[in-house]
Design a protein around this ligand. Structure first.
Ligand SMILES: Cc1cc2nc3c(=O)[nH]c(=O)nc-3n(C[C@H](O)[C@H](O)[C@H](O)COP(=O)(O)OP(=O)(O)OC[C@H]3O[C@@H](n4cnc5c(N)ncnc54)[C@H](O)[C@@H]3O)c2cc1C
Length: 302
């Protein structure tokens, strides 16, 4: 099998694993307090950065910004997601300014889903950015900070084919993106094949696999279908009998994610982006299985 390093940024010997954690902003003051505790715990795993999602159309603007400010104050490297759907360029640029003002030095630049969902065509705002590539260009005109973008090992559901999808990734990188973070996938061969195509297309930035722990197997299938991601049948067997046993479900979810990461590491992948679902317990369970420093101690203390 081929060797597939995702990153040339840091020597593998120095950083055997390089993590980033994605959070979504809390909806209530109670959830916010809990999220601050989650951040505190996850920061012990020394991630490269933690990112905070952004409701398409700006629905979570203030909460995203508030969470980012919390990360900056806690001295956690913070990445703010930003979408351009349904907004004029001026409003999006203003948000970039607010991020910079808050001390954020990394943006995850996204188009966002069409307002009616992914089965509706994407219609840019008349004065808006046409897609994520245009957004990256717009951000680059304002600032030199780090920019990450989305990538799709199984192609974006609205891309007519893989070649068009790769063209879009190439445009995002040509316009100044420094890193791609993938949509979640469960079959590593899809990632290896995608990475070969990305490199063949002349795209050299790190492509970081997005790891989605399966907190509810019952729900993941419909969610994955919407995102254009495949759920292998072997996973149904792994989760069978877990529906009414949350503890067992959580243990299997951690095992499945840790096995995926281990297999990717064996192929030379060093950077991983975890969709944490704001669950420090789950991330710690995965990291403990991976033997990551700090994870085992926390689990024993919990
Ligand atoms: C790591 C990651 C983080 C994410 N975070 C968020 C978040 O915080 N908030 C959120 O709302 N969503 C988020 N998303 C979801 C993302 O917004 C959706 O997948 C969205 O549908 C596409 O965004 P994009 O940036 O990939 O778009 P783009 O790269 O611009 O486009 C995706 C595909 O659509 C097609 N396309 C683009 N523009 C056009 C056009 N004008 N006409 C026709 N076809 C076009 C292209 O083929 C392209 O490959 C995230 C996704 C990932 C992978």
């Amino acid at each position: 099998m081929q060797h597939h390093p995702s990153s040339s940024e840091t020597p593998a010997a120095q950083h055997a694993i390089d993590l980033s954690f994605e959070l979504f902003p809390a909806r209530t003051p109670e959830a916010e307090t809990a999220l601050h505790e989650t951040v505190d715990q996850l920061s012990r795993l020394k991630p490269r950065f933690m990112s905070v999602t952004y409701g398409a159309g700006g629905t979570t603007q203030d909460r995203t910004l508030g969470m980012l400010q919390h990360l900056v104050n806690a001295k956690v490297p913070a990445a703010g997601h930003l979408t351009c759907v349904g907004a004029p360029r001026s409003a999006v640029n203003e948000m970039v300014g607010r991020y910079l003002q808050a001390g954020v030095r990394h943006i995850v630049a996204l188009r966002g889903d069409p307002q009616g969902g992914l089965d509706q065509p994407f219609v840019p705002h008349p004065e808006g950015y046409a897609n994520a590539a245009a957004l990256v260009k717009g951000i680059r005109a304002i600032t030199e900070i780090e920019i990450s973008v989305a990538a799709y090992p199984e192609k974006h559901p609205q891309s007519p084919d893989i070649a068009t999808d790769l063209d879009m990734l190439r445009a995002k990188v040509d316009n100044g993106a420094n890193r791609a973070i993938t949509q979640f996938f469960f079959d590593n061969d899809l990632f290896y094949r995608y990475l070969d195509r990305v490199r063949a297309r002349g795209i050299t930035v790190p492509v970081v696999p997005g790891i989605m722990p399966i907190v509810s197997f019952a729900r993941i299938r419909s969610f994955a279908e919407k995102c254009g991601a495949t759920v292998p049948t072997r996973l149904a067997d792994r989760f069978s009998g877990c529906d009414n046993d949350p503890e067992r479900h959580m243990a299997v979810a951690a095992e499945v994610a840790a096995e995926q990461v281990t297999a990717l590491r064996e192929q030379g992948v060093r950077q991983f982006h975890f969709y944490t679902l704001n669950r420090a317990d789950l991330v710690f369970a995965i990291c403990a299985l991976l033997g990551i420093e700090g994870a085992a101690a926390k689990r024993c203390a919990a």
